[in-house]
Design a protein around this ligand. Structure first.
Ligand SMILES: [Zn+2]
Ligand SMILES: [Zn+2]
Length: 128
């Protein structure tokens, strides 16, 4: 584990499709936590965002260059891929399909947030 590499990694590394864009922008499924009031919201955006406008307190939260991947596996069977600026060990995501809260936990091995209890469901699945 190298601790110095993450800070030095430049956003343009591996960003062949988005060349020419220096500013961090994120699109797709996002779970963004407000810096001021702490309210996290899951949403989809087609327009790349540089900052998040909180609907609760109206504050703007700038998005970091790198977001952590989140895999939400809801009990309703839906699977969503998000990116998040949350850094807590665990938090409640929300299914955009049925609005049920889905607890996710940071998994250091894979470097992403995984749904708590989802492995159990995986193992019960027949086949490969
Ligand atoms: Zn807020
Ligand atoms: Zn659901």
């Amino acid at each position: 584990m190298q601790t110095g590499t993450k800070a030095r990694a430049h956003p343009r590394a591996g960003a062949t499709a988005a060349e020419g864009k220096a500013r961090p922008q994120h699109a797709g499924g996002l779970i963004i936590k407000c810096k001021r009031c702490g309210t996290a919201r899951a949403f989809y955006t087609h327009k790349p965002l540089e900052r998040y406008h909180c609907l609760e307190c109206k504050a703007y939260t700038p998005l970091p260059p790198e977001l952590a991947p989140v895999e939400v596996i809801c009990e309703c069977g839906k699977i969503f891929k998000y990116q998040t600026n949350v850094t807590d060990p665990r938090f409640d995501a929300r299914c955009v399909e049925c609005s049920a809260p889905v607890a996710v936990e940071y998994d250091e091995k894979s470097g992403r947030y995984c749904t708590i209890g989802a492995e159990r469901r995986d193992r019960r699945r027949p086949g490969r």
